[in-house]
Design a protein around this ligand. Structure first.
Ligand code: UTP
Length: 311
């Protein structure tokens, strides 16, 4: 039995203090979580998923480039006044809807790793279960079905235990992720876990089920994080702390079967932008037409490229 009694999950922590080196130079002065997918900063999608999942209070862990994130969720009186005067009510609504949210900010002074970023949330979380939502991982951008965060909360209401979101990834990519060693399903898509391993060698990975950016954690994780030594990449890894937590209380893994977008990666970012653009009421038609034309052009170019002769 877990030490934490079942309590309502009300709080979310969004770590957004990483250096975003895969996205330099864009991330030199702004956090990658502020890069827009068409017209909406990535972090706004995450905040919307939290609100749709019933989360009431959100803490964003920021790094050096924190100002734009805070400003984005603050009111901008001058802009609002200008839009009001010009009768741009739709735009005004878009600007105002980001301001009335219970958001808090804390600074991670040095990017010592995801585990260290989560530890900064200890006072905010207190003795409650909470969710961690990575600021660069989007799930089902068009909001179809139950948000993944809500799915984890639904699990928690049954098990009262920490539950980590995982999904199948290509075997050759497992060394980029935390990976689980599943020990049988307790119900469809909900696994007991033998081990959590951060960035295993491909040949040693216990499965192809990789940890993705949503975690439901009991507050005991903070006691573990406080004594967590640096692991892979010399960073304080959340996966390593979860592995230790799993030794003292049950931690489950929930398999996500929807679509995940890794917007912290260049290709993932472009893919997300195209897919979201294809659903966007203002640009959907023109983007579709453009992609069809571009596709024909690329096919033609590929057909006229002489094939390499194998020797
Ligand atoms: P990543 O490993 O994807 O972020 O961390 P990164 O280190 O910024 O990326 P690259 O590899 O250099 O491009 C996953 C999430 O955890 C946050 C990041 O902001 C991202 O949302 N994070 C990571 C922190 O908040 N603090 C850290 O010390 C590390």
């Amino acid at each position: 039995m877990n030490p934490t009694k079942a309590r309502k999950v009300r709080k979310a922590v969004i770590p957004a203090a990483g250096l975003g080196t895969r996205f330099l130079p864009a991330t030199k002065a702004i956090a990658k979580e502020m890069l827009p997918i068409v017209d909406k900063p990535t972090i706004q999608f995450i905040v919307e998923e939290a609100l749709k999942s019933g989360i009431e209070d959100i803490l964003i862990v920021t790094g050096k480039a924190k100002r734009p994130i805070e400003d984005h969720f603050d009111s901008n009186i001058e802009l609002e006044q200008n839009l009001r005067e010009k009768g741009k009510t739709e735009l005004l609504k878009l600007v105002e809807e980001t301001t009335d949210i219970n958001l808090h900010f804390i600074r991670q002074s040095h990017p010592k790793g995801l585990g260290h970023a989560v530890l900064q949330a200890k006072a905010f979380v207190g003795n409650e279960p909470f969710v961690v939502m990575l600021g660069d991982d989007l799930m089902d951008i068009n909001g179809n079905g139950t948000p993944l965060t809500k799915q984890l909360i639904n699990d928690y209401e049954k098990t009262h235990a920490s539950t980590i979101a995982v999904m199948k990834v290509p075997h050759e990519d497992v060394d980029k992720y935390g990976v689980i060693d599943p020990k049988g399903e307790v119900s469809k898509g909900l696994y007991n876990v033998e081990r959590f391993v951060e960035k295993p060698e491909i040949s040693e990975a216990p499965s192809d089920l990789a940890i993705i950016g949503r975690y439901l954690l009991t507050p005991e994780i903070f006691d573990v994080l406080e004594t967590q030594a640096p692991g892979a990449g010399n960073e304080i890894q959340l996966t390593d702390a979860i592995e230790r937590l799993n030794k003292t209380q049950r931690v489950f893994a929930h398999e996500f079967t929807g679509k995940r977008y890794d917007v912290g990666d260049k290709f993932g970012f472009v893919e997300t932008t195209i897919e979201y653009g294809l659903e966007h009421p203002q640009i959907s038609e023109s983007l579709k037409a453009y992609l069809i034309e571009k596709g024909k052009e690329l096919e033609k170019a590929a057909a006229s490229t002489p094939h390499k002769i194998e020797k």
